[in-house]
Design a protein around this ligand. Structure first.
Ligand SMILES: NC(=O)c1ccc[n+]([C@@H]2O[C@H](COP(=O)([O-])OP(=O)(O)OC[C@H]3O[C@@H](n4cnc5c(N)ncnc54)[C@H](OP(=O)(O)O)[C@@H]3O)[C@@H](O)[C@H]2O)c1
Length: 286
């Protein structure tokens, strides 16, 4: 089945294209702006995919707070339009969402929890996933995604440590770091699998941002010279203090259970391509 990936120049979109092989067509923003209905229609009618993985987003949480309408145009309105266009053609849509639509530090986050979005980014993403669900899409919520050597907070932090530049890392924000290559594998299974509804996909265990960057620095042989800080001191948009997605439903439905975050980090840092190729770091549960 042919799979079309929107936002293919981004962190997750590029990982899906890398993991997907020849049946996957990636369209970066320059080739498909998902806010343009005519461009979306043309892409669907030209490529005639069996499924679309929507990795396009305005993913900057702080910018969404100051530009909520621009953020919602991509993260909500465009998703609704994309989902409608896919549904009209019988094309399956797998839409990526975020743990930030939930906010409950006291428990593992299952799909059954009532959303509690506390930032403009989270509200926009929730509106997008609800519109997608109404139109029969599969929504996969992910969190703390990274690829060694590419964009994002993870690489920015390691670059600053390597260059001896100042870096502050929060100690009071906890989550489940998950390599983009593993997320990509799950998204491809969801695109080929066909179950609809909301699913969570993340590694297991839990780490503060400090634990995560310190572990990565150690694996890379860098001194952890960052300054510990707190979310309140750092400022910016609200983030959940502890956010740990429970991925049982995904494993039961699609047969993929991701490893502990630290195991995944060790493999990803040792050999970034290994997570694409090796089955040993993940378990197929069916
Ligand atoms: N990374 C994480 O830790 C994480 C966590 C939870 C959820 N997610 C979700 O995962 C998805 C992918 O995020 P990501 O981390 O891969 O972010 P990313 O690296 O910023 O990728 C998003 C891509 O979408 C593109 N884009 C923006 N507006 C667009 C438009 N109108 N039409 C087409 N493409 C557009 C961006 O292009 P430009 O760069 O040119 O703007 C970028 O290439 C998002 O839905 C995000 O909410 C990510």
């Amino acid at each position: 089945m042919k799979i079309l990936v929107t936002g293919a120049g981004g962190l997750i979109g590029s990982a899906v294209v890398a993991a997907g092989g020849s049946g996957v067509v990636g369209l970066p923003r320059a080739e498909l702006d998902i806010t343009d209905p005519d461009a979306v229609a043309a892409a669907l009618d030209t490529h005639r995919p069996g499924a679309v993985i929507n990795a396009a987003a305005q993913a900057n949480v702080n910018r969404a707070e100051v530009e909520p309408d621009r953020s919602a145009a991509v993260n909500a309105d465009a998703v609704s339009m994309l989902a409608a266009q896919c549904a009209a053609r019988g094309v399956r849509l797998v839409h990526i969402s975020t743990d930030y639509v939930l906010d409950d530090p006291d428990r593992e986050l299952t799909e059954a929890l009532t959303p509690d979005p506390r930032s403009a980014y989270a509200r926009g993403k929730l509106a997008g996933e609800q519109a997608a669900c109404r139109l029969g899409a599969t929504v996969v919520r992910v969190q703390w995604v990274y690829t060694p050597g590419t964009r994002g907070f993870f690489n920015l932090a390691l670059s600053r440590l390597a260059e001896g530049k100042p870096l502050s890392v929060v100690t009071d924000q906890i989550g489940r770091p998950t390599p983009a290559s593993l997320v990509a594998r799950g998204l491809l299974l969801a695109a080929r699998g066909g179950a609809v509804g909301v699913y969570h996909l993340a590694c297991t265990g839990e780490a503060s941002a400090w634990d995560w960057i310190a572990a990565a620095a150690q694996l890379r042989g860098l001194p952890m010279t960052a300054t510990p800080t707190t979310r309140a001191r750092l400022g910016g948009a609200h983030r959940p203090a502890r956010s740990c997605l429970c991925s049982d439903r995904f494993a039961e439905t699609f047969g993929l259970r991701l490893p502990d975050w630290r195991t995944a980090l060790e493999v990803a840092m040792a050999e970034p391509q290994a997570l694409l190729l090796s089955e040993s770091s993940v378990s197929r549960t069916s």
